[in-house]
Design a protein around this ligand. Structure first.
Ligand SMILES: [Zn+2]
Length: 286
């Protein structure tokens, strides 16, 4: 599943290759890919036709394209395997091509939504007064957003009665942090994933936030992480940050700080990777 850096790479690709272009026509090749648009494929196509695409936007892992001169946006859901590809029109259709958007210009490329497992899709939404698609109003800003409020986040996380990794993945508290970068940031901060957030001091919560931001910035610099060959960016190039991961996916390999074998534990239908020496299990209150 793509995380924030991957989605930001896709956003930049859309901004470069799609923003400012006027939609000529939309072909929906699989109804599941627009199931979130309840009015159906024909309505979806009609509402996009002749509209010009505005600046590509992102909040956390959510990506959208505002339609200029309307109060609506096309929201992209990448799901587990969704890809947005900008392809020359004469390139053969991908096996799992679900939606094709053609443009009214002579650039010769089209936007394709390709999704093998069809968990993802596109949908059209009204924008709230702040310009965000209405369905995203509960999503907090992400740590790379210049308007992210560090002090408010630190106060909120320390006030929660939860554990630290759950808090990092809570999209209403901080958006865009997924399983991979949560494990990376916790390893860097030497914090065990099950530590109660109420036990974090103010400096520790500040340090954790700094590591979250660093790990995402580093991933973004090299184009995001890819573990799934199904996921590639908007122009079909895979990210390659996976080689620089310190925690995620490193079970039984030596901790890069102390040499102790890294561990993996089941966690909320996923896994948590950690160093048992650097990231001590929190003492349970008796
Ligand atoms: Zn260690």
């Amino acid at each position: 599943m793509p995380e924030l850096p991957e989605v930001e790479v896709v956003r930049r690709g859309l901004q470069t290759w799609v923003s400012g272009r006027t939609i000529a026509d939309v072909q929906v090749l699989h109804p599941r890919a627009i199931r979130r648009h309840l009015a159906g494929a024909e309505d979806f196509a009609a509402r996009l036709r002749d509209r010009t695409v505005g600046d590509a936007c992102r909040r956390g892992k959510y990506l959208w394209l505002p339609l200029a001169d309307t109060d609506a946006s096309v929201l992209g859901h990448l799901g587990m395997s969704g890809q947005l590809l900008v392809q020359p029109q004469d390139v053969a259709d991908e096996k799992h091509l679900r939606i094709r958007i053609r443009f009214a210009d002579a650039l010769g490329t089209e936007l394709r939504f390709v999704d093998q497992r069809t968990f993802g899709g596109l949908s059209l939404h009204e924008n709230a007064p702040d310009g965000l698609p209405d369905v995203l109003s509960h999503i907090a800003r992400d740590p790379l957003d210049p308007l992210f409020d560090d002090a408010a986040f630190q106060a909120a996380i320390r006030a929660r009665r939860t554990t630290v990794k759950r808090a990092l993945l809570d999209q209403s508290l901080i958006s865009g942090v997924g399983n991979i970068y949560a494990d990376e940031a916790l390893w860097r901060a030497r914090i065990h994933y099950e530590r109660p957030t109420a036990t974090l001091t103010r400096p520790r919560s500040a340090e954790l936030l700094r590591h979250v931001r660093d790990v995402m910035t580093a991933a973004l610099a090299v184009g995001g992480t890819t573990f799934d060959s199904l996921y590639v960016n908007v122009n079909g190039e895979s990210g390659y940050f996976d080689r620089s991961l310190d925690a995620y996916g490193r079970e039984d390999e030596p901790c890069r700080r102390c040499g102790t074998a890294m561990r993996r534990r089941p966690w909320m239908n996923r896994s948590s990777y950690f160093c048992p020496r650097c990231q001590r299990v929190p003492r349970t209150p008796s």
